[in-house]
Design a protein around this ligand. Structure first.
Ligand code: NPQ
Ligand code: MG
Length: 368
């Protein structure tokens, strides 16, 4: 497979409602879409960097620069038979995992289309539908949060994650638990606490949560291991885990008991699979995170979550939870059992709607 050309699209899509986390609030979602051409086929990938460096240091503009000036030149007109071939070509770029992940995903889509195989099949998925939950942003009050959560429960979601930050944590989680005694419930702090300020979270330990996600800084495995020793509830790491090596070290250190896997954060689907395989062999539960993806990234997340070790519901909600209209012809819907069906067509199994892509594109680049 020889990639003869690549298009980049900086896309901005309006959200159904604002999404607030400990690092900020957004009303529109930006991302970079990568379209790679080979042998008359076109493959799409999604780089889930945001406009601002809140979740990670990468932004749409840094990803654009790294893709345009380093990653795409390294793969154009090279013979690539696998994601590993591609990653070998990209290994001279330090960091920038989301930029790499977008390009790798486009290659997987091309490989699948050329072989007539679905991504789920190529990755080793063992199911056709995956259990999913919903991530609920910080709301104006605990009452407003309970109301928002109940709305999602009535739509059929059977696992709820609430975003927390200092001062907006135990009271919020307690209010949701009081209303939903048996709901699978978890919280995500997006790195907003220190070992000291996280003492305020002790009350969470009585709420039968599935997990507490990323309470401390992304570069702080050690304090996570000290915090985990103080909590019965499993700590789950998200931002801290950028590679299989990080995952192994975090587990060996006791910094977490669960891992959230996102292809973008770890540099691509191939590294996501490596982390899955490590955790599966050690019987460590993993689940697929979400980055408010378009239909392109959502399709890849669904295929990944089909692997056998994904034993907890993913942050892969129905399209309508985030967008009134997506740039793919396919819109993902929630099945009555809180699952979403993995696409079965070749590659990602989605078709980008060219007219909608044009409508939401701020900037386009064609290489060479
Ligand atoms: C998480 N995702 O698990 C992330 C947070 C996240 C679904 O909670 C723009 C603005 C992009 C905010 C991507 C969910 C974002 C964002 C991810 C938040 O930590
Ligand atoms: Mg998270």
């Amino acid at each position: 497979m020889i990639i003869s050309g690549v298009n980049l699209y900086h896309v901005r899509m309006p959200l159904v409602s604002p999404f607030e986390t400990s690092f900020g609030r957004i009303e529109t979602r930006d991302c970079v879409l990568v379209e790679a051409h080979a042998g008359g086929l076109s493959g799409f990938g999604e780089c889930p960097a945001d406009r601002d460096p809140g979740y990670s240091y990468e932004t749409c503009d840094t990803a654009w620069h790294i893709l345009q000036d380093f990653l795409i030149p390294a793969v154009l007109n090279q013979s690539l038979e696998s994601a590993n071939d591609l990653q070998d070509r990209l290994s001279m770029v330090r960091g920038h995992p989301m930029a790499k992940a977008g390009l790798e995903m486009a290659l997987w889509d091309l490989l699948g289309k050329s072989q007539g195989r679905s991504l789920a099949d190529m990755l080793g998925a063992v199911r056709r539908r995956v259990e999913v939950g919903v991530s609920v942003g910080i709301q104006a009050s605990p009452e407003a949060l309970v109301e928002a959560v109940e709305g999602y429960v009535s739509q059929g979601y059977r696992r709820i994650k609430i975003k927390i930050k200092p001062g907006r944590d135990v009271r919020e989680a307690t209010a949701v638990r009081a209303r939903l005694a048996d709901m699978r419930l978890q919280v995500d702090a997006n790195s907003a606490y220190s070992l000291e300020s996280a003492q305020a979270l002790k009350g969470l330990d009585d709420l039968h949560l599935l997990l507490i996600e990323q309470p401390l800084a992304e570069d702080d495995l050690w304090d996570h291991s000290r915090l985990q020793a103080q909590f019965a509830t499993p700590i789950c790491l998200d931002e801290s885990i950028l590679s299989e090596r990080h995952a192994r070290q975090a587990l060996e250190m006791g910094a977490c008991r669960v891992i959230n896997i996102k292809p973008g954060r770890v540099g691509g689907l191939s590294q996501a699979i490596a982390i899955h395989d490590l955790c599966y062999a050690r019987e460590i539960p993993v689940w697929c995170g979400g980055m408010l993806e378009t239909g392109v990234g959502r399709a890849a997340n669904l295929a990944l979550a089909g692997l056998p070790g994904f034993s907890l519901p993913g942050d892969i909600s129905a399209t309508e939870r985030y967008y009134t209209e997506d740039i793919t012809q396919e819109q993902f819907t929630l099945n009555p059992d809180s699952t979403i069906t993995i696409p079965g067509g070749p590659g990602l199994g989605v078709t980008v709607d060219r007219e909608k892509l044009r409508r939401y594109t701020l900037k386009k680049l064609t290489m060479p």
